[in-house]
Design a protein around this ligand. Structure first.
Ligand SMILES: NC(=O)c1ccc[n+]([C@@H]2O[C@H](COP(=O)([O-])OP(=O)(O)OC[C@H]3O[C@@H](n4cnc5c(N)ncnc54)[C@H](O)[C@@H]3O)[C@@H](O)[C@H]2O)c1
Ligand SMILES: O=c1ccn([C@@H]2O[C@H](COP(=O)(O)OP(=O)(O)O[C@H]3O[C@H](CO)[C@@H](O)[C@H](O)[C@H]3O)[C@@H](O)[C@H]2O)c(=O)[nH]1
Length: 464
């Protein structure tokens, strides 16, 4: 099938490459000409494991191309809308202007009877609104096919998704939806043959499934982070609590990892948009719920700064602090609403001398926050630190040697805000280790790690 993918960011570029790998002829359209040029060279314009290989395969077969011209989408019979729906600058609502602009640009190039399917995450009622934009083209068939991929594992999530959801006119029981269902079945034939479950529903349900799924994931994370606060107040350990809770299959251990909380281009803006939708629909339970999930999440960032202050004996001003991690999570260079950078900015605002390092996100972070100091070498970033904060749990930070890092820093104190380090091993190497929710509040405020002078001969030591 000839398919176009409109919007080639973290979602669209992966979707286009995945569809080409399934045997379709795909053109990706994006208004960002630089991104298009990058993609046409066979390289992803962002870090996503496995995507470069998929792009190269797509070009090798001649089935994949990218363009900044909407007319290049004209020969496609099915179009996927994958543009951004960020939080509006002035409220919690999703900004749908990119979606409307993309639909309008595509409109003159849609073949008769073309199928237009949205993948972007949108508030309930968006498809009805888009019908208005398409009013003069009643022949165009609309569908909504929300996407559930995660950055960092986007290729695998696209090739082996947990489920496919189709929003179609009238839902599962209406004849009006059949042509859209058939078209989407043809697109996803290899996945359906492999037994991936597919659910067909009406537009409102499809829109809400996506929002509700993200709201539930965010709820799990904020729930365990609220428990972490309780653990700190009572001397309990949230990692043990979470492990024990998760062994009950009705609860499960995924999205139950306590720490600095969620960030990124999806969960934070999606729960705010969900909250705004609930408010507009006068459903106060969801509105209040999402408000609590959001404030618990942001509270983890404030708590991290407070614990850092405690570990610096009450004063951040003038302290030399190293932040490990800038991306919102490991295996991506995405810094949208990054908890790590939020904390780094708060530490810097409190007067600390902050150095941030990250394996992949330094360039994005530096362009967005030139006021922060960045260092690409982990070794150099750690030299002379009085406090180390592990804020994004990249594998290379999880596997740091406490002895090697200890030789670089001035004070062996680490705040593991992702609760991933082997605290016993670090303590055995003379470190004071604090996590979030490890029940150590009282102890930590009294412990003082020894000050170690920096041995400059260790400069350039590779500790990874
Ligand atoms: N990132 C994810 O993991 C993920 C997963 C599932 C769903 N989503 C949803 O997918 C949508 C896209 O998210 P993203 O993370 O890929 O965003 P993104 O910002 O990385 O990508 C959006 C792309 O759309 C392009 N664009 C903007 N206006 C355009 C227009 N008028 N015509 C053509 N292209 C245009 C931008 O240049 C950009 O490349 C959002 O609704 C998001 O919530 C994202
Ligand atoms: O136990 C956990 C799990 C995750 N996180 C944090 O939660 C955030 C989101 O993580 P993740 O869900 O893995 O990343 P995303 O790529 O943002 O994916 C989410 O958002 C996408 C866009 O809507 C959806 O498609 C995915 O299904 C949904 O998982 C990150 O900051 C993680 O650090 C935790 O703090 N604790």
């Amino acid at each position: 099938m000839k398919i176009s993918v409109i919007g080639c960011g973290y979602l669209g570029a992966v979707h286009a490459a995945t569809l080409a790998s399934m045997g379709h002829t795909v053109v990706g359209i994006d208004v960002d000409a630089q991104k298009v040029a990058h993609l046409n060279k066979g390289f992803a314009p962002f870090h996503e494991p496995g995507l470069d290989e998929l792009l190269k395969d797509g070009f090798a077969t001649g089935r994949l191309s990218f363009s900044a011209e909407f007319e290049d989408a004209a020969s496609a019979s099915l179009h996927f809308l994958c543009v951004g729906t960020p939080q509006s600058k002035t409220s919690d609502t999703a900004d749908l202007s990119y979606l409307i602009a993309a639909t309008k640009s595509l409109l003159p190039h849609l073949a008769k009877g073309a199928v237009l399917v949205g993948k972007s995450t949108v508030p309930v009622g968006t498809v009805d609104m888009l019908r208005g934009v398409l009013a003069r083209r009643p022949d165009v068939l609309l569908g909504w096919n929300p996407e559930f991929l995660r950055q960092g594992t986007a290729v695998k999530d696209s090739l082996v998704p947990d489920r496919l959801v189709y929003g179609v006119p009238g839902g599962n029981s209406s004849a009006a939806g059949v042509p859209v269902t058939k078209a989407l079945d043809a697109v996803y034939e290899p996945l359906i043959s492999a037994g991936i479950p597919r659910l067909v529903c009406n537009f409102a349900t499809a829109e809400l499934i996506k929002s509700a799924a993200n709201a539930f994931l965010a709820t799990k994370v904020s729930f365990i982070n609220a428990m972490a606060e309780l653990c700190d107040a009572s001397g309990a350990d949230v990692s043990e609590l979470s492990e024990a809770m998760g062994l009950d299959p009705r609860i499960g251990n995924r999205y139950l990892h306590a720490g600095l909380g969620f960030g990124g281009g999806c969960l934070p803006k999606d729960i705010r948009s969900f909250r705004a939708q609930a408010r507009a629909l006068d459903v106060s339970s969801v509105e209040e719920w999402m408000g609590v999930v959001d404030s618990v999440n942001l509270g983890q960032r404030a708590r991290t700064v407070e614990v850092a202050r405690e570990l610096c004996r009450g004063h951040l001003s003038g302290r030399t602090v190293t932040v490990l991690g800038a991306a919102f999570k490991p295996d991506t260079d995405d810094i949208r609403d990054s908890p790590a950078l939020d904390v780094a900015l708060q530490l810097a605002a409190a007067g600390a001398h902050v150095t941030v390092t990250d394996p992949k996100a330094i360039n994005n972070a530096w362009m967005r926050y030139p006021q922060l100091r960045f260092e690409s070498s982990t070794t150099r970033a750690l030299e002379g630190a009085e406090l180390v904060l592990l804020l994004t749990e990249w594998e290379e930070y999880r596997s740091l040697s406490p002895e090697a890092v200890g030789a670089l820093v001035r004070r062996r104190t680490v705040l593991d805000a992702r609760n991933v380090l082997d605290a016993a091993a670090w303590e055995a190497a003379g470190w004071t280790v604090r996590g979030l929710g490890t029940g150590a509040t009282a102890e930590a405020s009294t412990v003082t790690a020894p000050v170690i002078s920096v041995d400059n001969s260790k400069r350039g030591v590779t500790i990874l």
